[in-house]
Write a protein that binds this ligand. Structure first.
Ligand SMILES: [Ca+2]
Length: 149
């Protein structure tokens, strides 16, 4: 789905089909999506967000409190759902909506996608080690306690 949308998004405006998909899969209204789109186009005039732009976004929005930038690559892989190296508007909005939901399936999928940097559907030994190395001791303890419940 994201792959189909991203091809068309790079050149033009948000089309009806994209709006329908985004409205159906998020709790956003049409004016909210249009506002998101106009902000997105301001930040990313090309219509897609590259890693450098995502780094700035991540630093400003997602980790403004703890300043932990170790997960940028992992989060980029989560947003870049079709793994073409950039984040299309639909990928951006759908992933933010998924992050906001926070149900058990969403949390598990997020954890898996954060580790699966290559996006091949498997977590390699190197991906696992890389992920665990980025987790601070404090976070490891929190995960351990969560697993004990
Ligand atoms: Ca993409």
């Amino acid at each position: 789905m994201a792959k189909e949308l991203s091809k068309k998004e790079t050149s033009g405006e948000l089309i009806d089909k994209q709006m329908t998909v985004l409205k159906a899969n998020t709790e956003l209204s049409e004016p909210e999506i249009q506002k998101f789109y106009s902000d997105f186009k301001n930040e990313c005039p090309s219509g897609t967000m590259n890693k450098e732009q995502f780094y700035k976004f991540y630093k400003r929005i997602l980790v403004s409190k703890e300043k932990d930038l170790s997960f940028v690559d992992n989060m980029f892989a989560v947003f870049d759902q079709n793994h073409d190296g950039s984040i299309a508007f639909s990928e951006f909005v759908l992933t933010l909506a998924m992050l906001k939901k926070r149900d058990l399936n969403g949390t598990l999928n997020l954890g898996f996608e954060m580790m699966d940097i290559s996006g091949d559907g498997y977590i390699s030994y190197d991906e696992m080690v890389d992920f665990l190395e980025k987790i601070t001791e404090h976070k490891q303890e929190a995960i351990y306690r969560w697993m004990q419940k």
